[in-house]
Design a protein around this ligand. Structure first.
Ligand code: HEC
Length: 129
């Protein structure tokens, strides 16, 4: 079961790589929108490495942090800028009783854009928009 899941993830990663190579290889000169905004595949890696310890794999929450796949964090209530602020400055507890979120140093602006895009993707998949 776990192996199957890993194969699935691997296939998605390979597919994304192929697509990005094809997309950038064309050099259409149109500005390559893929370089703007976040990359959800890279964002998943950032999320699982940095955020999942508290926010849970797939953003479902843990004993020490709230779910991000939650109505509170829908785009209309927490705009993308809230992610940058949370990661750079941390968060004072105001919605939950988990305590504060510490700042997450070491993430680049691109990492933040990517992880935000990933969270939006899993929110949307859960019908939160
Ligand atoms: C040490 C645990 C911890 C880690 C690691 C962590 N968070 Fe949090 N985060 C929290 C807690 C706790 C809250 C809820 C605070 C509250 O009560 O509103 C929170 C809240 C947030 C919020 C809501 C901010 C707001 O304005 O209300 C966002 C967005 C967020 N986290 C994103 C992330 C992302 C993205 C990462 C990874 C880069 C991450 N967090 C890593 C604990 C964590």
């Amino acid at each position: 079961m776990r192996t199957k899941l890993l194969w699935g993830v691997g296939a998605v990663v390979i597919l994304a790589l192929v697509i990005s190579v094809v997309a950038t290889g064309g050099n259409s000169g149109s500005g390559g929108s893929a370089t703007f905004g976040g990359d959800t595949v890279a964002g998943k890696v950032v999320f699982e490495g940095t955020c999942a310890a508290c926010h849970g794999v797939e953003g479902v929450g843990t004993d020490v942090g709230p779910p991000l796949v939650h109505r509170y964090y829908r785009p209309g209530h927490h705009a993308d800028g809230a992610f940058t602020l949370a990661i750079r400055n941390g968060v004072q507890p105001h919605h939950w009783d988990f305590g504060a979120m510490p700042p997450q140093p070491g993430l680049s602006d691109q990492d933040i854009a990517d992880v935000t895009a990933y969270v939006r993707q899993i929110q949307e998949a859960a019908g939160i928009r």
